[in-house]
Design a protein around this ligand. Structure first.
Ligand code: GH3
Ligand code: MG
Ligand code: MG
Ligand code: MG
Length: 325
């Protein structure tokens, strides 16, 4: 996702087939941020994905892929939903302006660019982008632990579930619950309980940090980890690693009958096995053959992880469990 921290240097991207205009814009924008540019419209989406711009200046008239098309491609990717795109154009034509706004542009910069106007517009839209990022952060991050919140998890899970159904890639989940946490609060106090949750969340985030992996606080003392492109065996292996990582935090828990320190239990689920038990057929190799009739949804993956967690608890805690029994 493209989210700038308030202190980060803004990233500006210029797409224009005319090197002269690019040079001029770079000169005008000097000191306002880090600039990447391309003269080729068809390279714009790839550059946006690798550079994560905070703002894009886009030429309309370009050979092959014109600005409208580039704008549409970029705006189709949810990662760039909040990134302002300003069209740089010599046209004052109402139809062109309407079309540009309808494909997702936020404003225009007239050609030839007038330096004070360009700087003022860019400054305003960068400020807007920064405020949007801060709001996004507030609505997607769990205030206590700093990991993603339930809402952010639900959105990411929905996206990854659909992607996995489309591509046949594996997808796994870890549902994690702190063992005897009520007793921990009762023994050490709620404040210490909060510190413990923060430490556990940090350990989880440290362990699951491959691109696309997401650690979220699912509720009270429960966390969930989304593992795209990760099969059952890999998920179980990571879960075992997470179990050890929390143990070696060595947070004393005298009231636990599991261990002298804080431990967790983990339920693991994987899309292949959820689909297999529903369709009595293996999937995960190539695209799903049951797409038309499938009644499964991402909630089934969560339910399977939850059931596995329940078994992990019932069979002694401080363990990883996969499957219902
Ligand atoms: P189990 O091993 O079966 O999971 O037992 P448990 O005691 O951990 O589970 P239970 O659901 O009985 O208790 C969960 C406790 O987590 C109760 C609640 O006070 C505590 N808790 C939930 N959210 C927070 C929080 O934000 N901070 C603190 N300090 N405690 C919390
Ligand atoms: Mg041009
Ligand atoms: Mg619980
Ligand atoms: Mg618990």
């Amino acid at each position: 996702m493209n989210r700038t921290s308030p202190s980060a240097e803004p990233r500006l991207m210029i797409v224009d087939d005319d090197p002269g205009t690019i040079r001029l814009l770079i000169d005008i924008l000097k000191g306002m941020g880090k600039i990447h540019f391309t003269t080729n419209g068809s390279e714009a989406l790839g550059m946006a994905r690798s550079f994560s711009p905070d703002l894009i200046l886009l030429d309309i008239e370009m050979p092959e892929t014109d600005g409208f098309h580039v704008c549409q491609m970029i705006k189709n990717d949810p990662a760039f939903e909040d990134v302002p795109i300003l069209f740089v154009t010599a046209h004052g034509d109402v139809d062109i302006e309407t079309r540009a706004l309808s494909v997702g542009a936020i404003d225009f910069i007239p050609k030839p660019p007038h330096p004070p106007v360009v700087r003022a517009r860019v400054k305003n839209y960068l400020a807007l982008k920064q405020r949007t990022d801060q709001l996004r952060l507030l609505t997607t991050i769990d205030g206590l632990t700093g990991v993603a919140n339930r809402r952010a998890f639900d959105a990411a899970l929905d996206l990854e579930w659909r992607r996995a159904c489309r591509t046949g890639e594996p997808l796994s989940l870890l549902m994690i619950d702190v063992d005897h946490f009520k007793r921990f609060n009762d023994s050490y106090g709620h404040q210490a309980g909060d510190d413990c949750l923060r430490a556990v969340a940090t350990a989880l985030a440290f362990m699951a940090k491959r691109p696309g992996e997401l650690v979220a606080r699912y509720g009270g003392e429960e966390f969930i980890v989304l593992l795209p492109a990760c099969n059952q065996e890999q998920a179980i292996r990571l879960a075992e690693g997470i179990l050890s990582a929390v143990s070696i935090l060595n947070i004393p828990h005298a009231a636990s009958d599991v261990a002298p320190n804080v431990t967790i239990s983990i339920g693991v689920s994987s899309i292949a096995s959820v689909c297999e038990s529903a369709h009595a057929q293996s999937r995960g190799f190539g695209t799903c053959r049951f797409k038309e009739v499938c009644h499964l949804g991402s909630a089934d993956l969560v339910k399977a992880a939850d059931q596995a967690l329940y078994t992990a608890k019932r069979t002694g805690r401080h363990r990883v469990h996969f499957g219902v029994e």
